[in-house]
Design a protein around this ligand. Structure first.
Ligand code: C2E
Ligand code: CA
Length: 643
């Protein structure tokens, strides 16, 4: 049994006893006057006295308001019992007395259960026994027929016991069902509470999920999705009020490099600090969001004029004036900016964000700390570049890069070598030229695979020419500075040579000046290793970079390529002629051979020939041609050089 069931039951009993009291009072008040009158007329003074005493006692009990239900019950049972006992003794046979005795027993059962009922019935039996005894001892005027009276008493007590038993059982059943109901309702309440709790938890979880979905976890700033929503709302307001709105895309410069060197934790610290500084820098109605590891978007809903735009860019810059303390050091971090304006650069939130981000992309190309405004032409070029960036990986996987071949000739027009120049075979037919993809490949890191593919294919071709009985000319392959700086360069070249079976002396690697710059020691070491294998090395576009002849003399290279830009103004431009002549002479003095690039006219050729240039390359002899075409050219030679 549990507390809640008990208190329910006790409350029920208390109510019940009060109702019985009220009922008893009403019935007693209604009956007392006729009862007294009848008894008085009959001269039955004990009844008059007793009934009125019991009635008064009853009223007194009812008047005692603070009586506990238990005491009230005892009083009622007691009154019933006393009245019953009196009546049993007073009358010759049972009747009213029996009824009161029975009533008292039932009341006792109701409030004190089976034990109360049994006790009451025993007391009844004693009362009847006492009555019989009193009669037989002559203490009372009337002595009943013992057997008949005993039978009567047994019947009354038996009936009372039966009634009490029935009531006790009924009450027990009632109590159990009350308990059950109580436990059911408790379970129900529990369940309800559980449901309410689950509901609250779900709402909380939903709110949390919603927050996480709409905010950047690290900086707690709106993420792209919620920034877009906020921008949409702000644009609607700008449209109504005819205002200009600016969207700024802000990119942390060299962020990836910082995280590579200092670790991602340092990157997180910088991003968090940048977020805090930006949030502080701008007005409350300017919204800052983080949309990438190193990219923030900010919109400014109320732009009045050009000055406002300068101010916000200045504010953005100022946020990066101070260094960022990360991983125990103070790091200088700068930011680049891309700006787009509503309504000029777009009317929709997505378009404005795209415009600001593409402006940022281009600003980043300009160098750290740059700022660009959206420009539709630049944007379309950016889109081309992005699609190439996207396709280049697939191109590498499919082996779509293949070199074309441009011959190098001597002064008699005989083919003495060939340069392999990468071409991208597009899946829909057609070719893409290196200007469209080499720098992208370098930027995206694809140049390593692409370069290796071209090198491999060029070496295989060169081996094929020898096997086909064609002149075993050397093949020149361009190497990107990124490839040259790779620690694996020499190993990879060795591998290609082994795999293709090309004679190392037939391989010439063309390296740009910028590729050789930087770590001079490493450059010399690598060049020496390549030379040790037997490979030739040429410096491409010599004189267009920053290298000097002083440096050149230390590099173990074989050939210098006179760039097209030097050849183009020949022979008319006296200054250009002097420069070209000086370069050729000096290269010869250092025992390098000279290949002139971009020779397009006979005059250029004959001038270079007079300047004792060693070899020539250019449209005058042949443009780069497909491998099959080059085999034909190699087989029958080039047509004679004509003026
Ligand atoms: P580059 O090494 O200076 O190659 C010479 C470029 O000049 C080639 O352009 C060639 O087609 C072009 N050319 C040759 N003769 C003439 C001429 O008489 N007149 C004119 N106007 N142009 C001439 P291409 O094939 O478009 O290659 C451009 C650049 O792309 C190359 O310049 C080279 O730096 C780079 N490149 C090409 N293939 C590869 C490669 O496999 N790997 C790497 N890293 N770079 C490559
Ligand atoms: Ca070249």
């Amino acid at each position: 049994m549990n507390g809640a069931g008990d208190s329910d039951e006790a409350a029920y009993r208390a109510t019940l006893v009060k109702r019985i009291l009220i009922g008893g009072l009403v019935i007693g008040t209604a009956l007392i006057v006729p009862t007294l009158l009848i008894a008085f007329r009959a001269g039955d003074l004990p009844i008059v006295f007793f009934d009125s005493s019991i009635y008064l006692a009853f009223v007194a009990i009812a008047a005692l308001r603070n009586l506990s239900p238990r005491l009230l019950t005892v009083s009622l049972v007691g009154l019933g019992g006393i009245l019953g006992t009196f009546l049993v003794f007073h009358y010759k046979v049972g009747g009213v007395g029996d009824a009161w005795m029975l009533t008292a027993a039932i009341l006792a059962t109701l409030f004190f259960g089976g034990t109360g009922g049994i006790t009451a019935c025993l007391i009844m039996a004693l009362v009847y026994g006492g009555r019989l005894l009193a009669g037989s001892l002559g203490l009372l005027a009337w002595h009943p027929d013992t057997a008949a009276y005993a039978l009567h008493a047994l019947n009354v007590v038996g009936l009372s016991a039966l009634s009490c038993f029935a009531i006790a059982r009924l009450f027990e059943w009632f109590r159990i069902s009350m308990q059950r109901q109580g436990s059911l309702s408790r379970q129900l309440r529990y369940r309800q509470l559980e449901l309410e709790q689950a509901d609250q938890e779900r709402t909380l979880a939903e709110k949390r999920a919603e927050y996480l979905e709409s905010h950047d976890r690290l900086t707690r700033l709106p993420n792209r999705h919620s920034f877009l929503k906020e921008l949409e709302r702000a644009l609607a307001a700008s449209e109504r009020r005819g205002k200009i709105l600016a969207v700024m895309a802000l990119g942390l410069d060299r962020f990836r490099r910082i995280t590579e060197v200092r670790g991602s934790a340092a990157g997180d610290v910088i991003a968090t600090e940048a977020a805090a500084r930006l949030s502080r820098s701008f007005r409350l109605d300017d919204v800052v969001g983080r949309v990438g590891d190193d990219t923030f978007l900010i919109f400014f809903p109320d732009i009045q004029d050009q000055d406002d735009i300068s101010t916000i860019i200045q504010k953005g810059r100022r946020a990066f004036d101070r260094s960022f303390p990360a991983s125990g050091v103070d790091l200088a971090v700068s930011a680049s900016f891309g700006m787009a304006l509503y309504p000029n650069d777009g009317r929709k939130a997505e378009d404005l964000i795209r415009a600001a981000e593409s402006a940022l992309h281009i600003a980043k190309d300009d160098g750290a700390g740059s700022c660009r405004f959206f420009d539709a032409d630049l944007y379309s070029r950016l889109l081309d570049r992005l699609s190439i960036e996207h396709e280049i990986g697939e191109g590498v996987r499919q082996g779509a890069f293949e070199p074309w071949y441009q011959p190098k000739v001597d002064c008699l027009g005989r083919i003495v070598g060939v340069e392999a120049l990468a071409r991208w075979n597009l899946s829909g037919g057609g070719l893409r030229l290196p200007a469209d993809f080499i720098d992208i490949a370098e930027r995206t890191g694809r140049i390593m695979e692409l370069g290796k593919m071209v090198l491999h294919k060029a070496c295989l071709r060169a081996v094929g020419w020898g096997k086909a009985g064609l002149p075993p000319i050397p093949v020149s392959v361009n190497l990107s500075p990124i490839q040259f700086r790779s620690d694996d360069l020499v190993r990879e070249i060795r591998e290609v040579i082994l795999e293709t079976g090309l004679e190392p002396s037939r391989l010439d690697l063309e390296l740009t000046e910028s590729g050789l710059m930087g770590d001079e020691h490493d450059t010399i070491e690598k060049l020496a290793e390549l030379k040790a294998i037997g490979i030739h090395v040429s410096i491409d576009d010599f004189g267009t970079g920053y290298s000097s002849f002083a440096m050149l003399k230390d590099f173990p290279v074989d050939t210098v390529k006179l760039p097209k830009s030097f050849v183009e103004p020949l022979p008319g431009d006296i200054r250009a002629s002097m420069v070209a002549e000086a370069v050729i002479d000096l290269a010869h003095n250092l025992h390098f051979s000279v290949v002139a690039e971009g020779v397009e006219t006979y005059d250029q050729f004959s001038w270079l020939d007079r300047a004792r240039c060693d070899h020539y390359q250019g449209y005058l002899f042949s443009p780069p041609v497909s491998p099959r075409e080059f085999e034909r050219v190699l087989a029958r030679g080039l047509p004679a050089i004509v003026q």
